[in-house]
Design a protein around this ligand. Structure first.
Ligand code: HEC
Ligand code: HEC
Length: 313
């Protein structure tokens, strides 16, 4: 019994001691305002479920302030806010606001957000079936089924994607039509200064709809195109120059030596092929390798509009 008491006292002592260790203060950020143009009920749902980590309006509960929980919460907030900060929402151009909403709803439908371990403890962050339905209907009302269209209107300095272009040093041919494919995802990281859209050809889109993307079927082609984001003096973001397009062409036999994919990158307005030697694609593979169990692709495709409609029924 004595030993038992000693252990309890020792644990208590450690617990009290660690309370002196606190995570670094998180800076306050931009004051949160209601999301412009977003219906009140949608705003309210995002507020109680998401803003804790994705805005300057953090809401620490007493138990979040206890060490070591505070370290975890602080890192969630820091990481969450750097990935997506709703405090900056009102300054974004409309197409980006829409894609933020669309992307957010997708993260909810896929069960990734709100972070499950957080929602388990913080009941206020949990979403009801009704909440999810409301968000889904709102996302659908934004007709994000055509993200490539809405974004292409805002894409200035559009270049001639149909120009004649040299093959990649490994022999892979450029595919001019990719701009007309469906956008299957965007990684719009406001922090790194580029906006990226990932497109899929018909085979890829069909595979997504049938949830048959691991491995991707032969014939699937994924394109990742990047544009610069310009920030003007008022902090507004606009789409700047085209940076590059990268292709991954699936053919498990033809490209067996390069993990089943043909890799290519074309840069700048003249779409100059990237790479000095035929095995330049080692570099691509090296970085995509951690995704080996997902057929070397990073992107989790967004639920396409056709899938959203199916879920809605
Ligand atoms: C406990 C904190 C927390 C809560 C609550 C939370 N998130 Fe997140 N969220 C994160 C973190 C951390 C990341 C970055 C790491 C990741 O992608 O898993 C993230 C990433 C995201 C991303 C991806 C951004 C990108 O660029 O890849 C989206 C979109 C997102 N969250 C939406 C939401 C929505 C919508 C809600 C509310 C329904 C929500 N989150 C609630 C912590 C949180
Ligand atoms: C430094 C790491 C890195 C290198 C090198 C790299 N990629 Fe990627 N690639 C990524 C990441 C991360 C993504 C996920 C999307 C994003 O965050 O932009 C991605 C996404 C893609 C996609 C969209 C499909 C997917 O996997 O999500 C294509 C296509 C692609 N890359 C092609 C290439 C090609 C071709 C090369 C070589 C010329 C290359 N990549 C080199 C990191 C890399």
């Amino acid at each position: 019994m004595k030993v038992y008491n000693k252990i309890i006292i020792a644990l208590l002592a450690v617990f009290i001691l660690i309370q002196f260790f606190r995570p670094e203060e998180i800076d306050k950020g931009i004051p949160m305002k209601p999301l412009a143009g977003v219906p009140k009920n949608v705003n309210a749902i995002l507020q109680y479920s998401c803003f804790d980590c994705h805005s300057s309006q953090t809401n620490w509960r007493w138990y979040d302030k206890i060490t070591p929980a505070n370290y975890l919460v602080a890192s969630h907030i820091r990481e969450g806010r750097s990935a997506l900060d709703f405090s900056k929402f009102n300054d974004l151009p409309k197409p980006q606001q829409n894609s933020t909403i669309y992307y957010s709803v997708n993260k909810i439908l896929s069960g990734e957000m709100p972070l499950p371990d957080y929602a388990a403890i913080h009941s206020s962050a949990r979403l009801s079936e009704n909440d999810i339905q409301t968000l889904k209907e709102y996302a659908l009302s934004l007709t994000p089924g055509k993200p490539s269209e809405s974004s292409s209107k805002s894409l200035k300095n559009e270049i001639k994607f149909n120009q004649k272009v040299k093959n990649s040093p490994n022999g892979l041919a450029y595919v001019p039509g990719f701009r007309n494919w469906k956008a299957i995802s965007t990684t719009d990281r406001f922090d790194n200064g580029t906006m990226r859209i990932i497109y899929g050809n018909d085979v890829a889109v069909k595979a997504i709809e049938n949830e048959n993307i691991n491995p991707w079927p032969d014939g699937a082609v994924l394109a990742k195109a990047a544009w610069k984001e310009n920030v003007n003096a008022d902090g507004n973001i606009s789409i700047g120059n085209f940076v590059q397009v990268e292709l991954m062409v699936k053919d498990s036999r033809k490209y067996a030596k390069t993990k089943g994919w043909g890799w290519g990158r074309w840069k700048g307005t003249d779409l100059k092929p990237y790479g000095d030697s035929p095995d330049f694609d080692k570099e691509c593979i090296e970085c995509h390798k951690p995704m080996k169990n997902r057929d070397y692709t990073f992107t989790s495709p967004l639920y396409l509009i056709s899938q959203l409609k199916k879920i809605q029924k």
